[in-house]
Design a protein around this ligand. Structure first.
Ligand SMILES: *Cc1c(COP(=O)(O)O)cnc(C)c1O
Length: 379
């Protein structure tokens, strides 16, 4: 078997178990909405959505209308919410995908109503209150309540929910509680107009860390992939990372003192040693920031990356004695080899980012392989 240059293996059973775990934490009266935007945080939106539904997610959410269309084209049913702002054409795509949409102005409500009437459908609308994120939504609850009244009047619209999004649920629970109180006060007023609507606010850190924020539905992204919202060890919350990233040794050669590795010659050997070249680079979404600042598992050991990460290759210092290491041997960049493990959280910390960005960055050039606890499934 020819090893892939860069292989991402996703365990769909882990995603299913993470969802089932979240379901059991939040209880029966709260819905689980699995957030599969940005290609399922890099893991594959369609496969993730199916696994999340199998694990008990009753709702799915994406950021962009095209992402909703992609899920529907793959035959994925069930309630689906587009979280993001929608331009004219994007709104049409979202409505064609039978997705619910987020609204915070009368103008948006009117556009959604016109689109729904043109299609002879009813579209579910979720009003968005901005309690501190400062991006989408309306800050003034009175103004948003007036939008809610307009939604109730307009044909083709169903007031399905009200939502907010917390900016600091992973780091400031006192602030998040205040923001939650602002939202629930608004929600209580809105409920007088539409008793059946869903109130939802919690992302993964709120769903796991602030029980009272769960309301009628939680919108979990990072946690369903088994990644830790706080950037620590996902096992602390019983979560299981679904993704492994592997490559292999494409070349193995000695290096003498004074010889250099990579663009810019940023690494110069000071001792005689051996360099392994891995055929993965920033063209695969393996971030250039790992230049002289990364780690890989090969031959069962942790080894430093040396030189710059280039578009297609990166090099590893395997030390003075390569031992039994051979060209073609496996390399783990995220995941476990023997007793050693590299997590997306560890990589994120190395380059000053978050685990979200590590997996989302992985590109289509990577070979994606799906399995259920080791049994292959068709992608
Ligand atoms: C991405 C997103 C989420 C999910 O956040 P996680 O921290 O990944 O759980 C929830 N709600 C909104 C509005 C989002 O954009």
């Amino acid at each position: 078997m020819t090893p892939s240059r860069a292989l991402a293996r996703v365990n769909l059973a882990a995603i299913e178990r993470n969802c089932a775990l979240l379901r059991s934490r939040i209880g029966d009266s709260t819905e689980l909405c699995a957030v599969v935007k940005a290609n399922g945080y890099g893991h594959g939106a369609v496969q993730t959505a199916r696994a999340a539904q199998a694990g008990g997610a009753g709702w799915l959410a994406v950021a962009a209308a095209r992402e909703a269309a992609e899920l529907r084209a793959a035959g994925i049913g069930g309630p689906l919410l587009v979280l993001g702002a929608l331009s004219g054409g994007e709104l049409e795509v979202a409505l064609d995908a039978d997705a619910d949409v987020v609204v915070w102005s009368a103008e948006l409500a009117e556009r959604a109503s016109a689109g729904a009437r043109a299609r002879g459908i009813e579209v579910g609308v979720h009003l968005k209150l901005d309690v501190g994120m400062g991006r989408l939504g309306t800050r003034d609850p009175d103004e948003l309540l007036a939008v809610g009244r307009r939604v109730l009047e307009l044909p083709g619209l169903r007031l399905a929910g009200a939502m907010t999004h917390f900016p600091c649920a992973d780091e400031d629970l006192a602030l998040t509680r205040q923001q939650l109180a602002a939202f629930t006060a608004f929600g209580a007023r809105l409920r007088e107009l539409a008793p059946d609507l869903l109130l939802h606010a919690a992302n993964s850190p709120a769903a796991l860390g602030l029980a009272e924020s769960r309301l009628d539905m939680v919108r979990c992204g990072i946690a369903i992939y088994g990644l830790d919202p706080w950037g620590r060890d996902p096992a602390e919350h019983g979560l299981e990372a679904a993704l492994e990233l592997r490559s292999h040794v494409a070349a193995l050669k000695p290096i003498a003192p004074g010889q250099t590795v990579g663009y810019g010659a940023t690494f110069t050997a000071t001792e005689p040693g051996w360099i392994a070249t891995l055929p993965i680079g920033y063209g695969d979404g393996f971030r250039r920031a790992f230049s002289n600042n990364g780690v890989a598992l090969l031959g069962g050991r942790r080894r430093p990356l040396v030189g710059r990460v280039s578009m297609d290759n990166v090099c590893v210092d395997v030390g003075p004695d390569p031992g039994a290491l051979r060209v073609g041997d496996p390399v783990v960049l995220i995941g476990a080899m023997g007793e050693e493990r590299i997590t997306a959280e560890e990589l994120a910390a190395l380059i000053g980012t978050i685990n979200y960005e590590i997996t989302t960055a992985l590109s289509e050039r990577v070979v994606w392989e799906y399995h259920v606890d080791g049994d292959p499934v068709d992608g």
